[in-house]
Design a protein around this ligand. Structure first.
Ligand SMILES: *[C@@H]1O[C@H](CO)[C@@H](O)[C@H](O)[C@H]1NC(C)=O
Ligand SMILES: *[C@@H]1O[C@H](CO)[C@@H](O)[C@H](O)[C@H]1NC(C)=O
Ligand SMILES: *[C@@H]1O[C@H](CO)[C@@H](O)[C@H](O)[C@H]1NC(C)=O
Ligand SMILES: *[C@@H]1O[C@H](CO)[C@@H](O)[C@H](O)[C@H]1NC(C)=O
Ligand SMILES: *[C@@H]1O[C@H](CO)[C@@H](O)[C@H](O)[C@H]1NC(C)=O
Ligand SMILES: *[C@@H]1O[C@H](CO)[C@@H](O)[C@H](O)[C@H]1NC(C)=O
Ligand SMILES: *[C@@H]1O[C@H](CO)[C@@H](O)[C@H](O)[C@H]1NC(C)=O
Ligand SMILES: *[C@@H]1O[C@H](CO)[C@@H](O)[C@H](O)[C@H]1NC(C)=O
Ligand SMILES: *[C@@H]1O[C@H](CO)[C@@H](O)[C@H](O)[C@H]1NC(C)=O
Ligand SMILES: *[C@@H]1O[C@H](CO)[C@@H](O)[C@H](O)[C@H]1NC(C)=O
Ligand SMILES: *[C@@H]1O[C@H](CO)[C@@H](O)[C@H](O)[C@H]1NC(C)=O
Ligand SMILES: *[C@@H]1O[C@H](CO)[C@@H](O)[C@H](O)[C@H]1NC(C)=O
Length: 736
């Protein structure tokens, strides 16, 4: 941090309250408390931003949770962050909070543009509000620029980059305020974060009447106990938000009144350019997140020109790697894009994409079928939509249309499907890319235990994509590939019928009980061991193949069978009955014998792993450990609903399991047990994920409050709102 003393550099600071903006609609706001985090969303026609205020609780781990202010903008995936510490030096004695004030309740827009004044520069926009310190404090670390830079510090090994940190200037101003600012690496955009003493009674930020003072001491910002008006801005182009009414189709507009929290959150994550994966950490394009969300939300989302679903599909096509048809996982934009380019000795602000995932490609044809074939409006749209020119976001795709990019993606999937379709060997299954330790949604260190061949991609996503490619081809959507109508279906049949075998795990009853008992002991689980519910050999499917520690199968019980239930109507009756029965048994049994807990369905249970290394890595503190993810419950519920609905099929395709009273009732009972669990945890459902502690029962615990698994340096904090956690807007309980 470098100090400069200037008296006129505040950008947008004088225009608190958005006085100069001219939005016709009132701002959309959402205040969500999730101690130790308090979250505030604010958007109007000029700006959208989220503020997160963290303040330690009496029982917080003070080495991990400290006072922190974050402001995040979807525009440029930008953020400003400040860490604070008590001047007393005793962690835990400083609490900070945003308070309602005459500025806002608690936030107001900041907008530097002047009414009626045309300028060629992008106005500085952001939010302001009153921040209260209960004790004297010091600003220990500011980070200004990209959310990715903040995440590198928060989640990684506390990475700070001199080229970014040293560009922060801090200055005191004549009115007693202190301002931090940083010019981005693009040499154009500036982030600002300022604090001024605040006296509510005089509605004043002049130091004479305010409650405390903020000063610079040896280049460090110090605060006396008191209230401060903070303001954070960026002068970077904003996105075009979709209102709740624009997000949802006409038949679903009642949801806006019924579920104001969820529909406001959905709107905050929806823009005509793209849907965003989630609150502050993921406030930008993620391919998998947006497509899974769109698949589940499709019944309620808007369709047609300018709709939410076309925003999702357009954003995906726009970002496809034209050289091989891969779908972009995560985009790198804003300041982080310029920084990333510099690492490659390129001076450019151009965005880029990561293509390291192997699952994301397959969601595209499935979503395209759902919209361009199955939706009554969507099926009239492809002729126009396919001719849209790409390149406005990813200039590498100039000269290609959306239709051509969709074809390149289809060609990739057909190419990858062919070897296994002709020879069903393990080698021909889809593997993670070389050099990557992740490749599908469980993308953390131990997500799939180092496996090279994930369950979901091979047993569900590939065959589902092939089924959809066949349908799309029959509907003329892939130019010059009408033969795919038959070929992709033939491939799909092989991938459906011949992949589960590689993942099957059967643990004999006595052995299963013994493994659960030893897991309970080694994992220090203090609840009932549930071994009496193990009344049979236990069957499940390995999470992946070829894992760490030379594990041929990573024998962790999991929920990824939900992909198969949701996306495929398989026809091998033996396999279907066995899989559904196993899903139902594992879902009905309580952890550690199964996946059920009082706090929801766990996504992983390592209790049946024959090696102690399983218990060590899939912990309550692991992002993809013995934890609950909301959307997995939504997808499992919807998947079981679809499989059960096959029993009512009027044409003669009713599956065998419908006539097996045990299995049919087992699946129904699992469906209802899952819904009971969903309904018991409604308070958590819109959040990204959550963990638990056992104290006379399973109790919800924030992941950030638990230590990470061995060998993982930083802990991950769950997002307060995540796009795919809002899918319960379209998934509801049926009487079955
Ligand atoms: C105090 O808080 C800081 C910042 O959060 C942390 O690095 C440090 O480990 C904490 N110290 C103690 C003793 O908890
Ligand atoms: C702040 O104002 C909002 C909106 O009026 C209100 O919902 C909230 O309860 C207030 N918070 C406090 C702490 O008074
Ligand atoms: C920004 O300015 C610096 C100094 O003039 C220059 O070295 C750098 O290349 C510029 N960056 C961009 C993205 O133009
Ligand atoms: C000022 O801060 C620097 C860097 O943190 C430190 O090395 C120096 O001792 C400080 N000076 C005083 C007078 O506290
Ligand atoms: C697009 O076409 C123009 C004109 O044919 C050409 O100059 C340009 O290099 C092409 N761009 C790409 C990305 O292929
Ligand atoms: C299938 O692959 C296996 C293992 O690579 C090989 O031994 C076998 O010859 C192949 N079969 C055919 C029909 O290509
Ligand atoms: C479990 O974690 C240990 C320690 O980090 C690691 O060496 C091992 O390979 C991991 N095993 C699996 C299956 O994830
Ligand atoms: C269980 O407790 C023992 C003794 O306190 C400890 O050494 C071990 O690391 C704990 N295991 C886990 C998985 O937390
Ligand atoms: C497992 O739980 C049962 C029933 O609560 C209990 O009787 C038994 O002692 C437990 N087994 C072990 C090895 O802790
Ligand atoms: C169905 O799958 C089972 C188990 O994998 C296999 O034994 C059987 O041959 C398959 N049946 C058909 C008709 O393909
Ligand atoms: C279904 O599960 C039950 C309970 O474990 C078991 O007894 C039965 O054999 C299973 N049926 C099939 C077809 O897997
Ligand atoms: C599977 O069958 C159900 C019930 O007939 C139907 O609603 C669903 O759309 C089908 N799914 C696929 C992927 O074909």
């Amino acid at each position: 941090m470098k100090q400069v003393l200037l008296f006129s550099l505040l950008v947008g600071f004088k225009t608190v309250n958005g006085d100069t903006s001219s939005c016709s609609a009132p701002p959309a706001t959402l205040a969500l408390s999730d101690p130790p985090y308090n979250n505030y969303f604010y958007s109007d026609c000029n700006v959208a931003a989220q503020v997160v205020v963290t303040s330690p609780l009496a029982d917080s781990d003070l080495t991990v949770i400290g006072p922190r202010l974050i402001v995040a903008w979807p525009a440029g995936n930008s953020g400003a962050c400040a860490f604070f510490a008590p001047q007393s030096g005793v962690n835990g004695t400083l609490a900070i909070e945003l308070v309602n004030s005459t500025v806002g309740t608690p936030l107001a827009a900041v907008n530097s543009s002047q009414a009626g004044v045309e300028t060629t520069t992008t106005p500085a926009v952001g939010v302001s509000g009153v921040l209260r310190f209960n004790a004297s404090a010091v600003l220990t670390l500011p980070i200004l620029g990209s959310v990715r830079t903040i995440r590198d510090f928060v989640e990684g090994a506390s990475i700070l980059r001199p080229e970014i940190q040293d560009a922060i200037t801090v200055s005191t101003l004549a009115d007693g305020s202190v301002a931090l600012q940083r010019l981005w690496l693009d040499n154009v955009t500036t982030s600002t974060l300022s604090f001024a003493p605040w006296n509510e009674n005089n509605r004043s930020s002049s130091s004479s009447s305010a409650s405390g003072s903020v000063t610079l001491n040896n280049q460090t910002v110090q605060f006396e106990q008191g209230d401060y008006l903070f303001s954070a801005t960026i002068d970077y182009p904003q996105l075009t938000q979709l209102t709740p009414a624009q997000d949802l189709n006409d038949n679903s507009s009642d949801l806006i009144v019924q579920y104001p929290d969820q529909t406001t959150a959905l709107s905050f994550l929806s823009y005509s350019e793209k849907l965003l994966a989630g609150a502050w950490r993921f406030l930008t394009y993620f391919g998998r997140d947006s497509m899974i969300s769109a698949l589940l939300l499709e019944p309620v989302l808007s369709y047609g020109n300018g709709s939410a679903i076309e925003a999702v599909i357009g954003a995906v096509l726009e970002r496809i790697d034209r050289t091989d048809g891969s779908v972009c996982h995560e985009e790198t934009i804003g300041d982080y894009a310029t920084w990333t380019n510099l690492q490659n000795n390129i001076i450019s602000t151009a965005m880029s994409c990561s293509y390291g995932m192997i699952d994301t490609d397959y969601y595209l044809p499935v979503l395209m079928q759902k919209y361009f074939v199955d939706n009554h409006v969507g099926k009239t749209r492809f002729s126009v939509f396919s001719k849209i020119s790409a390149g406005s976001i990813d200039s590498a795709n100039l000269n290609l249309t959306y239709g051509q990019l969709a074809l390149i993606n289809g060609e990739k999937i057909m190419r990858l499907a062919a070897p296994f379709a002709s020879n069903q060997t393990k080698e021909n299954l889809v593997h993670l890319k070389d050099g990557q330790i992740v490749g599908q949604w469980r993308d953390s260190t131990y997500g799939i235990g180092g496996g090279r061949i994930p369950f979901d991609v091979n047993t569900a996503l590939m065959p589902a994509a092939l089924r959809s490619i066949a349908v799309l081809a029959r509907n003329g959507i892939y130019a010059n590939h009408s033969n795919w109508g038959e070929l992709a279906d033939n491939y799909a049949q092989v991938w459906e019928d011949s992949t589960l075998q590689f993942f099957e795990v059967t643990v004999p009853q006595a052995e299963a009980r013994q493994r659960v008992v030893s897991y309970s002991a080694s994992s220090n689980f203090t609840g009932p061991n549930q071994t009496t519910t193990i009344d049979e050999d236990v069957r499940f499917y390995a999470l992946s193949l070829d894992g760490y520690d030379d594990l041929a199968q990573v024998q962790v019980m999991h929920t990824d069978d939900c992909f198969r239930h949701l996306l495929l109507n398989t026809t091998n009756q033996t396999q279907l009955s066995t899989l559904l029965n196993a899903t139902a048994n594992n879902l009905r049994r309580t952890f550690p014998a199964g996946l059920l807990t009082d706090v929801g369905m766990l996504i992983a249970n390592p209790a049946y792993g024959p090696d102690p290394v399983y218990a060590q890595n899939w912990t309550t503190g692991a992002y993809h450990g013995t934890v609950v993810w909301s959307w997995q419950m939504a997808m499992m519920a919807k998947g079981l609903e679809l499989q059960l609905s096959r029993c009512n099929d009027s044409n003669a395709n009713v599956p065998d399991f419908c006539q097996d009273p045990f299995i049919y009732n087992n699946v129904r009972s699992a469906y209802n047990t899952l819904w009971d669990s969903i309904e018991a945890n409604t308070a958590e459902l819109s959040t990204e994920m959550w963990s638990w502690v056992y104290d006379g029962g399973f109790q919800v615990e924030q992941l950030a409050e638990l230590p990470p698994p061995p060998g993982v340096s930083g802990q991950t904090e769950s997002d307060i709102r995540q796009l795919w956690s809002l899918t319960f807007l379209a998934v509801s309980r049926l009487a079955v």
